[in-house]
Design a protein around this ligand. Structure first.
Ligand SMILES: NC(=O)C1=CN([C@@H]2O[C@H](COP(=O)(O)OP(=O)(O)OC[C@H]3O[C@@H](n4cnc5c(N)ncnc54)[C@H](O)[C@@H]3O)[C@@H](O)[C@H]2O)C=CC1
Ligand SMILES: CCCCCC(=O)CC\C=C/C=C/C=C/[C@@H](O)[C@@H](O)CCCC(=O)O
Length: 268
């Protein structure tokens, strides 16, 4: 049951979620709509996206969401998706750069989707929300991973992209303060979550030369356990609605639940 505070915080707000048609993004889209936000679901997968839109229409009405089929690694397409969102709903308040893949074979693609697109999505979010562009402010949450705090031998490029997302997001949070953008920027780092992404590790096309370690990955999943996408959505709602959160790295694990990485203070 959504809290009155969350509904108050999100009613009239417009959110854009990349990778919103499945997995973690789908859970976040559901929670946003449930709390009376309007949502743009941006996803490469047209069939999943149309299914998601149909479900949202049935539960919340056709005016609560749009589905925009888009490859986030295509900068022009992503730019168009942001503009279509603002054209449809009039403004933008929340951006969740969530889309991500595991592909150690076509590792350049992993970097394009998991890091370059998150950078582009952050900059597009600022163009539509930052006071430096005459806008009213907002909130950006980039999705990294607990892989950003560990180094796993079976997906080194994926690990690199997630380290990059954390570093970029925290640096942009500092820039937002310095430049008085009025935009809070945070990063969310889940452990293993029970979504279709985890099933990609069964395919040699995704793990490439590291496919021989796939049993090791499964041991990690068994050891650490799988989280439900709904718990990640709960953490996302906290980052969206808690105005005190800026530059934070939220971790979500089976052992510690929703918590935050504690960074050493920078030496003066
Ligand atoms: N599942 C897990 O164990 C964890 C996932 N994450 C991260 O969470 C985010 C979401 O992952 P999941 O929901 O698990 O994955 P998922 O594969 O279940 O869903 C990802 C969605 O993104 C879409 N997508 C993929 N490439 C795209 C592209 N180029 N353009 C637009 N949409 C695209 C897919 O169509 C899919 O609907 C990713 O950034 C992932 O790295 C982080 C930690 C753990
Ligand atoms: C190839 C599979 C990758 C799937 C997508 C992911 O990003 C999975 C998440 C990657 C690693 C998860 C590690 C989980 C560790 C936690 O459970 C934690 O308890 C370990 C303590 C480290 C810490 O809290 O800093």
């Amino acid at each position: 049951m959504p809290s009155l505070g969350t509904i108050m915080a999100l009613r009239g707000k417009v959110a854009l979620v990349t990778g919103g048609a499945q997995g973690i993004g789908r859970a976040v889209v559901q929670e946003l709509a449930h709390n009376h936000a309007q949502v743009a679901v941006v996803d490469l997968n047209a069939s999943c996206g149309e299914q998601c839109k149909s479900e949202l229409d049935s539960e919340f009405g056709a005016d609560r969401s749009i589905f925009l089929q888009c490859d986030v690694s295509d900068a022009d397409a992503l730019t168009e998706a942001f503009q279509k969102t603002v054209d449809q709903f009039g403004h933008l308040d929340i951006v969740i750069n969530n889309a991500g893949i595991i592909n150690e074979k076509d590792w350049e693609k992993s970097i394009q989707v998991n890091l370059t697109s998150v950078i582009k999505g952050t900059y597009l979010g600022l163009e539509h929300m930052s006071k430096e562009y005459g806008k009213a402010g907002g909130s950006i949450i980039n999705v990294a991973s607990m892989a950003a705090f560990m180094h796993c031998p079976h997906h080194p490029v994926y690990t690199a992209t997630k380290h990059g997302v954390v570093g970029f997001s925290r640096a942009m949070a500092d820039a937002s303060l310095l430049g008085d953008y009025g935009v809070r920027i945070n990063v969310l780092c889940p452990a293993f979550v029970d979504t279709p992404l985890l099933r990609t590790v069964e395919h040699e096309d995704c793990l490439g030369k590291f496919f021989k370690y796939k049993d090791d990955i499964k041991k990690s999943m068994d050891h650490y356990g799988l989280l439900k996408p709904s718990l990640i959505a709960e953490g996302m709602m906290r980052l969206i609605t808690d105005d005190s959160q800026h530059g934070a790295a939220m971790k979500i694990t089976r052992s510690e639940g929703i918590h935050f990485h504690e960074y050493e203070p920078l030496s003066p």
